[in-house]
Design a protein around this ligand. Sequence first.
Ligand code: FAD
Length: 406
Amino acid sequence: MGNPKALISGGSIAGLSTAFWLSQAGWDVTVLERAEAFRDGGQNIDVRGTGREVLRKMGLEDQVRANTTTEKGTVFVNEKGKKVGAFPVEDSDGMTAELEILRGDLARIVLEALPDQVELRYSDWIENVNERGEQVDVTLHSGNIETWDLLIIAEGVRSKTRDKVFHHEVSRKELRLNIAYGTIPRSSQDDDWWRWYTATERRQVSLRPDNQGSIRAMLAFSSDDLNLAAIPVTQAQSELREMFADAGWEAERVLDGFANSEDVYFDYLTQIMMSTWSKGAVCVTGDAAWCVTPLGGGGSSLALIGGYVLAAFLSQASVHEPGSIKSALKNYEDWMRPIIEDSQSLPPGAPNLFYPQSKVGVSTMQTMIRIASLAPFRKLAARIGHVARSKQQLPEMIIAKEKVTV
Ligand SMILES: Cc1cc2nc3c(=O)[nH]c(=O)nc-3n(C[C@H](O)[C@H](O)[C@H](O)COP(=O)(O)OP(=O)(O)OC[C@H]3O[C@@H](n4cnc5c(N)ncnc54)[C@H](O)[C@@H]3O)c2cc1C
């Protein structure tokens, strides 16, 4: 009997970490990525909680540590750039985590650690899925029709294959928050802190250091009717300019930087909720299954955890035993649900609470930050970083040692 075969659609953190583990569990794994090549880029993300435990099991913690963005902590500033309150990285699990890394660097580290047996296919994607209970037939854009024991969808928040297979089981919660991310030149005034400024009219500006000599900037605003991710980029850029023209602090510099930057991207934060994460021989993982958005936090850690947990339960199952894969998928879902629900439940009043409209609202928020940053309250404030942390033990991974060469 041959090895079981899995197709993973989506070659970012969720897809690659699932491939890493599933291959070690003795599956033949193919990763399908719509982009022409590995997708670099993206901003600062962190690895926290149980995600860090998974990274350690992968043997990649030291490599991630060697590639961190070197951020010293988070400091909230006023319109003059003066400190309102600071949360140094030493407060473990504060806003700046100990392991802060660029998204592209983390994805590349996992990619390079993949066992040789994992097949990577770029520039192709799924056109059609015929789920047949114990197996699944997949029609690819390139024209091939192939049969797999399991299709794992890891295509991110806007996954088309997920919508095709699970359409009625998918619901979305829009948080009415636009975020524009981009890379801008570093200036001599910049430091290695994450500087965060709240302006009136529900706007925020933030600047973060990276390990490449540039600054990762973010402009965020809350709006009930404008979705910048749904309009052409040039139009989104001019809406953004109008929106932040009088925001103050470094807003104008960021707008100018974005106008000359190639990697600006717009997100309209949307949580994904699904009533089930599997259907016969198809399952979902990562943002495609449970996007928690940067507001919930820990999306990349959850992608790492999901990959491990899914593969671990599959490593304990056998495709040759009827019902065995189905119960592995159920165990995966039962294990992951609590940690996802925890990350998706936002504090009462969020996100509007963090995006005040008036000057009075901004100064009330600054007072709260000032108090939270005082030593006696810092531990409490650090709870904000307590994401992607499960009380459960990670399931055991049964490694098929003899066939793996990493
Ligand atoms: C280029 C990029 C930049 C990002 N930047 C940030 C950031 O700055 N801040 C932040 O908080 N999060 C960012 N994210 C999202 C972050 O990576 C995820 O929230 C988190 O890591 C979970 O990862 P994921 O693998 O589930 O989803 P994603 O990282 O979104 O990856 C999904 C992958 O699937 C591929 N894909 C999509 N559709 C198909 C298809 N039909 N067939 C095959 N492949 C498909 C995509 O090209 C992508 O590689 C970024 C993602 C990407 C891809």
